[in-house]
Ligand binder design. Sequence first.
Ligand SMILES: C[S@@+](CC[C@H](N)C(=O)[O-])C[C@H]1O[C@@H](n2cnc3c(N)ncnc32)[C@H](O)[C@@H]1O
Length: 332
Amino acid sequence: MEHVLAALRAIAEPTRLRLVVLCARGELTVSELTQILGQSQPRVSRHLKLLCEAGLLDRFREGSWVFYRLNQSSPIGALARQLLAACGDADPTIALDLQRLSAIKRQRADAASAYFRENAARWDHIRSLYVDEREVEAALVEIIAAADPRDLLDIGTGTGRMLEILAPRVEHALGIDQSREMLAVARVNLERSGLENGLVRLGDMYRLALPDASFDAVVIHQVLHYADRPAAVIAESARVLRPGGTLVLVDFAPHSLEFLRDEHAHRRLGFADGEVAEWCAAAGLGPAMPHRLPGDPLTVVIWTAQRPAVARPRLPGDGSEETSPLFERELR
Ligand SMILES: C[S@@+](CC[C@H](N)C(=O)[O-])C[C@H]1O[C@@H](n2cnc3c(N)ncnc32)[C@H](O)[C@@H]1O
C-alpha cells in the first residue's frame, strides 16, 4: 500500500503531473523538459528525482544525456496511465505543454533527417549492390514469425528499420547502437511508426549491458562486417539469448569489393558459411542451413542459429569455460 500512496503523493502536484504527462509521450531529456515547462533546470531535476523514486518514471543515461520516460513495466506505471487518461489533454496548461512538445519533436526530426541526408547517398550506393531490401525483410519477418519470440534484441539498430518491421510481431523490442546520431534517427522513426513496444539504447555490441538469457531472438542485420571480432559479437549475442532462443544474422557472402573497406569502413568483406557456423557452435548455438539471396555483385545471406532449449551444464575441467581457439585467433 505504501508504494501506491508514495506514487499518488508524488504525482499530486501540478508540475509533477505535467512532467508525467510529457514523459508518457516519449523519452525526454531534462533540458527538453525544462524548455517545455519554462522552469529552472534544478527545479525540474528535483521533481524528476521524486517521480523516479516513486516508480512513476524511468531514468536512463546515454553518454552525457539523461532521458526520462513513463515506467512501462510496473503496476505503478499502469496506475499513472489511468490517471493520465482521467486528466485528458484539454486543460490549457497541458495543451500548451503538448504543443511545445510537438515543436521539440519536430526539431529532433529535422536534426535527425539532416544527419541522415548527409549519409544517405553513401548508403544508397551500397544498397544498389544487392538484392532489393524488401526481399530480405520479407524473409526476416517469416523467420521471426516462425520463432515467435516475446523479447527481441536488434544489435546495431541504426535507423531502427529492423525494429519497425519486427516489433509489431513481439511484445518488447530493444535496439542498441553505439552511435547517438543513429539512435536519434531511430527514435524519430519509431515515433513516426507509433511503435510503443520498441525502444533504443546506446550500447556496444561487444559488451551488452543486458542480463544473461533475457531475449528470445537477437537480430544482427548488416552490422557484423564492421566488427573486428565477429566471434565475440556472436558469443555476446548467445549470452543474452534464452534457451530455445534464435540468433538471426544477416550479412554478405564473401566478396571482393575492396572499396567497401576503404570508403565504408567495412572490416570484413563478407563471411563464409563455415566460419559463421564455427563461431555459432563455439558460442553454444546450433546453426541451421543459411538462406541466400543472390544479388549482383553482393549476395545477402541470412544465417540462423538456436540456443539449445536445455543449456548444457558446464563441468569443471571440460574446457567449456576457456576461450575457444577460434576466439583467440580473432583477438589477435
Ligand atoms: C549499416 S548500419 C545497419 C543498421 C541496421 N541494422 C539496419 O540494417 O538497418 C550498422 C550499424 O551498426 C552500428 N555499430 C557499429 N559498431 C557497433 C558496436 N560496436 N556496437 C553497437 N553498434 C555498432 C553502427 O553505428 C550502425 O548504426
